[in-house]
Design a protein around this ligand. Structure first.
Ligand code: TRP
Length: 343
């Protein structure tokens, strides 16, 4: 078994050394604790095990469910600093934004020709996102972004794609596209595997799902005071005695889960210790656990600035462009579009 597997709590895939791994984030807001325990910790482990890790900050994917992309420059910079603060190695991580890699997007055209409209409209994750967006009409990008995401994965011929469960339909589509392309034009793309990571079910402090763009979570870049203030105003319930009962008391269970993840403790044990201390003590214990956990991340973040983030994106963009152009050349050649050839 490789080191990568032993370091990964939920994964069942053994990664040979130097597996090429691609994953991504939509830059819609600051990364939070859910991201850390769901994916960032895994990425760091996979990288430390010697794999080649690429991360796409999917700026073109932001516009799937909203009209305005927001302050992308600031949000992207903060996300890159989140990566570095969590321990990704600035010398070995390839991070890039979609918009810096033109050849990647050109792959989308042949890929679109390989998928059916019915297939696109049946994608369960897309259906769910359309529902959640609460919009009366849906743009073409919402329906087709899973094909775009296939280009994110296939441009660099990734072997492994760490994703949450909601992304599995997209990975299935990516594999279909690779298979269909190879069948029709000859072998160009390897079929990537999913590396399923379980997002811990964390609620926001208002009881809704913890979301990047909802502003209800604990961001990795929150200061100790911000964390304490957020937890003081977190929703709980009116029962004095603290117990871990996720079904009946979701808000209290959520704080216990957060404290448990940060302190590496079992939420029920924490509840037993707090017991009659009530919500005030629960919030204090949780704030202390979160702050102790975030402290080393904050210290690492303080060692980087906006220039580091920019340089990382520049270098990542250069490498991604080189890979994308190479793949696009192969695709054009396979499709009979190499017009500079004499014959
Ligand atoms: N859709 C992914 C998400 O919302 C982000 C993403 C974009 C991605 N491109 C990707 C994930 C490529 C994996 C591979 O989380």
């Amino acid at each position: 078994m490789s080191t990568a597997t032993t370091l990964l709590a939920e994964s069942s895939v053994t990664t040979p050394l130097s597996t090429r791994i691609l994953t991504g984030d939509r830059p819609t807001g600051a990364l939070h604790l859910g991201h850390y325990f769901g994916t960032l910790a895994n990425r760091v482990a996979l990288q430390r095990a010697g794999n080649d890790l690429l991360i796409v900050v999917a700026d073109y994917q932001v516009m799937t469910d909203r009209d305005h992309p927001g302050d992308l420059v600031r949000v992207v910079r903060e996300i890159v600093l989140d990566y570095l603060a969590c321990g990704l190695d600035p010398d070995r991580t390839t991070v890039f934004v979609h918009s810096a890699v033109p050849a990647l997007h050109q792959l989308m055209l042949p890929f679109l020709s390989l998928v059916g409209m019915g297939e696109l409209s049946r994608n369960p994750t897309v259906k769910e996102e359309i529902k959640l967006s609460g919009r009366s009409s849906v743009g073409g990008l919402m329906m087709t972004y899973p094909v775009h995401q296939a280009a994110d994965v296939l441009f660099c011929k990734a072997d492994l794609v760490p994703v949450g469960r909601d992304q599995l339909p997209h990975l299935e589509l990516t594999r279909s596209i690779a298979r269909r392309f190879n069948d029709r034009y000859g072998p160009v793309f390897p079929l990537p595997d999913a590396l399923l990571g379980e997002m811990p079910v964390l609620l926001g402090l208002d009881g809704r799902k913890m979301g990047k763009s909802l502003g209800n979570g604990i961001s990795l870049r929150d200061t100790a005071d911000e964390v304490a203030a957020k937890l003081r105003s977190a929703r709980t319930d009116s029962e004095r005695h603290i117990a871990f009962e996720p079904e009946r008391r979701p808000e209290v269970a959520n704080l216990l889960r957060i404290a448990g993840l940060c302190a590496g403790r079992d939420p029920s044990d924490l509840a037993d210790e707090i017991a009659g201390g009530g919500a005030a003590m629960l919030k204090r214990v949780t704030a202390d656990a979160v702050n102790a956990f975030l402290d080393p991340i904050r210290r690492r973040r303080a060692g980087f600035d906006g220039t580091d983030a920019r340089l990382l994106l520049e270098r990542g963009g250069r490498r991604a462009n080189a890979l994308a152009e190479e793949t696009l050349d192969e695709v054009r050649a396979a499709m009979g579009m190499s017009y500079d050839q004499r014959r």
